[in-house]
Design a protein around this ligand. Structure first.
Ligand code: DGY
Length: 319
């Protein structure tokens, strides 16, 4: 008998083909967004769950999962939607999909930086609405990023790829991380022991830290005040790392020139001010959304499940 896997969202065809070959999957062909109760009911006969970050596994949900569930193999690198302490306490294996989405997320980060710096939202709207009437030297003047300083908080896999791509714009890289990385990984990037030390060095600040109790609201009013006037903020990690009140105030006051955001608190029901501000370049959480990466995320989640059901330690175990 093949293990039964509850798959909470519609996955790429190639991933679902492999699921059908190796497992007995319960699929979601309509890509309905399940509530926690839906997940619990559908998991009744499952041996494992393959969810996305759109499904929350709080301690309460984990306590209500059927006894036979062995693993939660996430289709995401972030796993802040899973209470890993509760999972550990119950003996549930939890895995994620690191590495495979670093390039795609770094691409979106660079797009956010350029979109914010070069006023992409405003320009696109002008063209689409036929309000674009003329060219003049003072028209749509933005910020050049070439040769500027890029500060990165969270110098892990994604942050390091962002640094590599930004070097293509001759940017000087500064970073803050819990601890410095090796000189080979730094490639000349300058380490700052605290976010406070890093802030004054950032013409552009890009956030790549994991969402955790320590990073909630990390970019707050006090830290924004330490950024150079006119800095640009970019976030392709998780919305919770930004204090929205502080960021919105700084974008309105001109303390910050612009922001590029792919992730939000309480997405997709984001703070309405972001929609109104012309100096914000907005994307709908698409960091990993390329064909190559979405396939690779599915295969990585399946590699983890294969290990679980072979009685081996999965490569990407986080709990
Ligand atoms: C991730 O992998 O964490 C992306 O944000 C999609 O969930």
């Amino acid at each position: 008998m093949k293990p039964v896997i509850l798959v909470t969202r519609k996955l790429p065809d190639a991933v679902e083909d492999r699921l059908r070959r190796d497992y007995d999957p319960i699929l979601n062909p309509d890509d309905a967004l399940y509530t926690s109760d839906d997940v619990i009911v559908r998991a009744k006969d499952a041996d494992a769950i393959l969810p996305c970050h759109t499904e929350k596994f709080t301690a309460d949900v984990i306590a209500r999962l059927p006894e036979r569930i062995k693993a939660i193999a996430n289709y995401s690198v972030g796993y802040d939607h899973v209470d890993t302490d509760a999972a550990k306490a119950r003996g549930l294996i939890v895995t994620n999909t690191p590495d495979v989405l670093s390039d795609a997320t770094a691409e979106v980060t660079i797009m956010l930086m350029l979109g914010a710096a070069r006023r992409a939202s405003e320009g696109e709207r002008l063209v689409r609405t036929r309000e674009w009437k003329d060219w003049s030297p003072g028209f749509m003047v933005g910020t050049q990023v070439t040769g500027k300083r890029l500060g990165i908080i969270g110098f892990g896999r994604v942050g390091q790829v962002v640094a590599k791509r930004a070097r293509g714009f001759d940017m000087e890289i500064h970073y803050h991380n819990r601890s410095p990385v090796s000189p080979e990984l730094e490639e000349g990037a300058v380490y700052h022991a605290t976010p406070e030390d890093l802030m004054p060095q950032c013409d552009v600040l890009s956030l790549h830290c994991v969402a955790s109790p320590e990073t909630i609201g990390l970019l707050n009013a006090e830290r924004i005040a330490l950024l150079p006037d006119g800095a640009i903020v970019v976030n392709a990690s998780r919305g919770v790392v930004i204090d929205d009140d502080a960021l919105i105030a700084a974008l309105k006051s001109g303390k910050l020139t612009a922001a590029g955001l792919d992730v939000f608190n309480n997405e997709p029901d984001i703070r309405p001010e972001y929609r109104e501000l012309s100096n914000v370049f907005l994307m709908p959480h698409i960091g990993s959304s390329t064909k190559e990466t979405r396939d690779a995320m599915g295969f990585r989640a399946l590699d983890n499940l294969d290990a679980v059901f072979a009685g081996e330690e999965p490569r990407d175990r986080v709990a």
